[in-house]
Design a protein around this ligand. Sequence first.
Ligand code: AAT
Length: 285
Amino acid sequence: MIDLWYTENHQEDTRFSIKVKEHLHSEKSPFQQIDFFESDTFGRFFTLDGLMMVTQKDEFIYHDMITHIPMAVNPSIKRVLIIGGGDGGTAREILRYNHIEKVDMVEIDERVVRLCQQYLPQTACQLDQDPRLTLYFEDGLKFVQEANDEIYDLILVDSTDPIGPGEGLFTYDFYNNCKRVLSDAGILINQHESPYYESYAHEMKRAHSKIKATFPIAKVYQFHMPTYPSGHWLFGFASKKYDPLADLQKEAWMNFGLRTRYYNTDLHMGAFMLPTYVKESLENA
Ligand code: AAT
């Protein structure tokens, strides 16, 4: 018996490995290298260009934090744009709100969606089920460049890191267009990388400085993601008028009656309380 391990370089001299029971699928799409694996501890997982995207066991943390934070700040959100998120986890969570009227999801790589439907039904379960959801297979940057003004209340940027196809989603052009297509009450949640390892912290600062320059309100919140580099991951919260703490609608969110395994309204407050070194590095961004 040969031991099979999935190994990801988190730094040049630091690696993260998961013992693999089976390498289920491997292919190169026009956009990226896609792999699916089976493991004991994290269940099924998939990677793009050798970077972890989703595991069955910890995906609830990421998908709770990308969706429920903005929904608890503005519970009247009705029109949502998801950029990326081909595994379907973000769409699944946002569609749990019955009052949401429309979700447009723009994923650059149709193969990610099709393979997740095959191998990860846990996250992809709503992708061909809910009539409120429309899937577009195109570049998210181009999509927002061409979209009309003020047509969404919420944009969720569930993208890869700023290398490869995700790069354009970390630019002024993208953030400005997001601002334009958002309503007055609009909120943008975006990938903010990790504060710990220098190469990721560098991207965190770059993303934050651009968002800070684009939106009147730009905050950062943290969560614990066991399979992402350093386990410490961030999302950005940007908006035209809502402050994620002062405007938290605790009661209204609890009245939705959604059961969540990671998110709760106490954690909501705590997630925006950042360690000193993270605060300092964001202030200097
Ligand atoms: N739900 C967590 C999973 C992801 S996957 C990110 C998705 O973004 C991928 O399916 C990728 O194909 C898509 N994507 C990348 N660039 C673009 C683009 N320009 N337009 C639209 N979709 C895009 C996120 C994992 C986060 C990992 C953090 N290390």
